[in-house]
Design a protein around this ligand. Structure first.
Ligand SMILES: Nc1nc2c(ncn2[C@@H]2O[C@H](COP(=O)(O)OP(=O)(O)OP(=O)(O)O)[C@@H](O)[C@H]2O)c(=O)[nH]1
Ligand SMILES: C[C@H](OP(=O)(O)O)C(=O)O
Length: 213
């Protein structure tokens, strides 16, 4: 079935938690590459994409709505306008594939939710979006489960490595370098990022800087 994906996107000064390894221009380019990977998976899954952007932005494969208010206010402005099921999916999950999205939108429950690592929420599929309210930040997964209960929704929690892995901190880049197939992995490699395999957990290093991050 055909669904509409709402993708919040912050094109200006995004991903500040990656400032230790990427400057602002690089973070903006990285965010665009991740967005391209996510939009690619969304379209391939048969859904359409609308970006909810904090600033003016253009994308040949998506509709754009510019909403300057904070994330939750922007989503909660959009949700009541849906008269059909809707998918909210974050732009920083570049490992996502079309099959993952198809699994999400084919849930038999009223809502399917994908937790993000560290307490967040990376995707929510809502059969009745007008009844729901977004509450991102903090332990948003728990907050969204509570709101679903208040709405009387049945819920499927989707266990998906690829959709749960968002690129928030430098350690997350390890997953992208190992499992990524799209533009964002290529982008990191072009900047000189590579795995740093020493003892303990695998890390990343940026070869151009000759330093282990
Ligand atoms: N519309 C909208 N989208 C946002 C906003 N803040 C973040 N996003 C998007 O929401 C998703 C998850 O956001 P975060 O992981 O917090 O990304 P971020 O704010 O760029 O990263 P940090 O600066 O490191 O917190 C990404 O798709 C962002 O592009 C906002 O204020 N408005
Ligand atoms: C928006 C926020 O993202 P995180 O900071 O957890 O990546 C959340 O998922 O609630």
């Amino acid at each position: 079935m055909y669904f509409h994906a709402l993708i919040p996107f912050k094109p200006v000064n995004p991903k500040t938690r990656l400032s230790c390894v990427l400057d602002q221009e690089e973070r903006e380019a990285f965010a665009r590459c991740m967005l391209d990977d996510v939009i690619g998976a969304v379209l391939k899954s048969g859904c359409s994409a609308t970006l909810l952007c904090t600033d003016p932005f253009e994308h040949e494969d998506a509709l754009i709505a510019v909403r300057r208010e904070p994330l939750n206010d922007a989503i909660n402005w959009a949700l009541p306008q849906f008269h059909c099921p809707a998918l909210i999916i974050m732009a920083d999950i570049p490992l996502v594939r079309a099959g993952d999205i198809q699994r999400l939108v084919s849930t038999a429950k009223d809502m399917a939710i994908v937790p993000g690592r560290g307490g967040g929420t990376n995707a929510i599929f809502l059969k009745k979006p007008r009844c729901f309210r977004a509450d991102y930040y903090g332990a948003s997964f728990l907050d969204h489960m509570r709101i679903a209960e208040e709405c009387g929704f049945s819920v499927e929690v989707i266990d998906s490595y690829r959709m749960s892995t968002d690129m928030d901190e430098k350690e997350d880049l390890v997953e992208l370098l190992i499992h990524g197939r799209g533009k964002s992995r290529e982008f990191l490699e072009r900047l000189g990022f590579a795995l740093s395999i020493e003892k303990g957990r695998v890390g990343v290093k940026r070869r151009s800087h000759e330093e282990t991050l």
